[in-house]
Design a protein around this ligand. Structure first.
Ligand code: PEP
Ligand code: MN
Length: 338
């Protein structure tokens, strides 16, 4: 529910409305949308008071059809949110490219890939240290050792790092070393994990679940925000459909739909969507054309011997080539890639 205040409402009336809601146990969000003040009621507590609030001086109207994810909804905050990942702003005019291997495999590997992608214009380094694998017999990641290798690659290149956290008890450790915490598709509805990353201050990269609707993505983001952290970036990474020609189906429409519904930055991951390196370039281009604020891609120095996701990983020269195409696409939609 959103309480819309009359234009030119007095400070006194505004304060009285806020006090009334808070006294009745309601959590609220005040946003200035153009000339108008909106007070969003975050939980159900104060909603029973709608009639009383409606009658208060300074109240213009009440919107009861508001989305169930107030903190991330565009209806509550009109302007795009910009999320800073260390010194890199995501959600502004720059399309931010995040690149690196699926898994951190060794200090040499991550250093090589990091150096190369930095040179080609990547702004954030990715690499998994805790890997959520479908089979328990697949490589599970180097854990803390991998985090230290990522941190060393950050020192080498200056690129901030994003890496996945798979368990609530690892959040503190991962947050010590990473600049942004990734919640993977398989964990998008791990609500305890969402609350845990919401209770720490580093930004969160929230990937769309394999079978999740857009409303479910937004509610997952709301979990993070409701725990105190609104620095969330959403990521379309392909969903499961009847189609078997690609690993997942890249839902390009998710980009403009999410941008309409939320003020949070939205990026795309064409690597996990496609599952095949030859498709990464066109899907990345499509994502940027559709309005994505960034691209997350897997890049490996020797994809054929990668310990995870080799077939979808770009080679180092493949990444460099893709960057020149993406710069043109960004330019065509009024954005830029450095
Ligand atoms: C990854 O980024 O390597 C990953 C596991 O992604 P997703 O959660 O989207 O499958
Ligand atoms: Mn991967």
């Amino acid at each position: 529910m959103i309480v819309v205040l009359a234009q030119g409402v007095s400070l006194k009336d505004k304060a009285a409305i806020v006090r009334f809601i808070e006294q009745h146990g309601g959590r609220l969000m005040v946003s200035e949308l153009g000339e108008t003040t909106h007070i969003g009621l975050i939980d159900g507590t104060a909603q029973a008071l709608a009639a009383q609030i409606r009658a208060m001086p300074g109240v213009e109207s009440i919107k009861s059809e508001a989305p169930p994810y107030p903190q991330v909804s565009r209806e509550y905050r009109e302007a795009n949110s910009v999320v800073d990942v260390a010194d890199v702003a995501v959600g502004a005019a720059e399309v931010v490219v995040m690149a690196g291997p699926c898994s951190v495999e060794s200090a040499t590997q991550i250093s090589l890939v990091a150096g190369s992608v930095a040179q080609s214009g990547a702004r954030i380094l990715r690499g998994g240290a805790f890997k959520p694998r479908t089979s328990p017999y697949s490589f599970q990641g180097l854990g803390e050792e991998g985090l230290l290798m990522l941190a060393a690659a950050r020192d080498q290149t200056g690129l901030p790092v994003v890496t996945e956290v798979v368990a609530p008890e690892d959040v503190e450790l991962v947050a010590t070393h990473a600049d942004m915490l990734q919640i993977g598709a398989r964990n998008m509805q791990n609500f305890r994990l969402l609350s845990e990353v919401g209770a720490q201050p580093k930004p969160v990269l929230l990937k769309r679940g394999i079978s999740s609707t857009i409303e479910e993505v937004l509610l997952a983001a709301e979990y993070v925000a409701s725990a105190g952290n609104t620095r969330v970036i959403l990521c379309e990474r392909g969903i499961r459909t009847f189609e078997t020609a690609t690993r997942n189906t890249f839902d390009v429409s998710a980009v403009p739909v999410l941008k309409q519904k939320t003020h949070l930055p939205v990026i795309v991951d064409p690597s996990h969507a496609a599952g095949d390196r030859s498709l990464v370039r066109p899907l990345a281009a499509a994502g940027i054309a559709a309005g994505a604020d960034g691209v997350l891609v897997e890049v490996h120095n020797d994809p054929d011997s990668a310990l995870s996701d080799g077939p979808q990983s770009l080679t180092l020269p493949g990444f460099t080539e893709m960057m020149s195409l993406l710069k043109g696409v960004a330019d065509a939609v009024g954005r830029f890639i450095r």
